[in-house]
Design a protein around this ligand. Structure first.
Ligand SMILES: [Zn+2]
Length: 209
């Protein structure tokens, strides 16, 4: 997969400083730009790097504030001050926020699906279809169960004619529920099967068509 990533920078803040004089023209009108570097993936900022630089230029004469003839420490101090007071904007974390949101969303959807399944299993209806995962001879296979009758605590089901080697998203068009044999479960047994992961999916709307 082609990944476009790396480091870029942008100006995250601009200030006008009227309290420090330009060393060249003595004007009190400095333009301050704060540049921040960040890591990006496909140009989406993921998170900021540690580099932050204040660039100070005179708004009157246009010369850079930094004067190499003068004492270096003083100028760095003013840059430092602007670098420190400029916080990282939240959009520099966009990528992280997107990824975290997606993960949270998937966790939420999964929890909702689990809750829905538990609800259906606790109150079975005729026509409900369960996808069952079973282990047989060290291999995993799948089949479907359809609820055909409920009597008190007993849930009567019929199994599909086919057994599937791979997780089936749906029943094969040529598959059908075998009428000769009915499997009976208590609601407690079904609950346990769901908790143990034997019941993989519970389909209600689909089976009511
Ligand atoms: Zn100037």
């Amino acid at each position: 997969m082609f990944l476009l990533y790396g480091k870029r920078s942008l100006i995250i803040k601009r200030y006008t400083d009227h309290t420090h004089a330009c060393p060249h023209c003595r004007g009190l009108n400095l333009d301050v730009k704060v540049e921040k570097f960040y890591y990006h993936l496909f140009y989406i900022p993921f998170f900021p790097s540690s580099e932050k630089f204040a660039h100070i230029q005179c708004g009157n004469c246009g010369k850079p504030y930094k004067d190499p003839v003068r004492e270096e420490g003083y100028y760095i101090e003013l840059e430092d001050e602007y670098e420190k007071r400029t916080k990282n904007p939240i959009y520099l974390y966009s990528g992280l926020i997107i990824v975290a949101s997606l993960i949270l969303f998937m966790v939420y959807v999964n929890l909702e699906t689990q809750k829905q399944k538990a609800k259906y299993i606790a109150n079975p209806l005729t026509g409900d279809t369960y996808l069952i995962r079973a282990e047989r001879n060290d291999s995993t296979l799948y089949y479907f169960l359809r609820v055909v009758n409920i009597s008190g605590d007993s849930v009567y089901t019929r199994h599909s004619n086919f057994e599937y080697r791979r997780y089936p998203a749906d029943m094969d068009p040529s598959d059908f529920f075998v009428t000769e044999e009915e499997l009976v479960y208590t609601k407690g047994e079904l609950k346990k099967m769901l908790e143990d992961g034997e019941i993989n999916a519970v389909d209600r709307e689909h089976s009511q068509k």
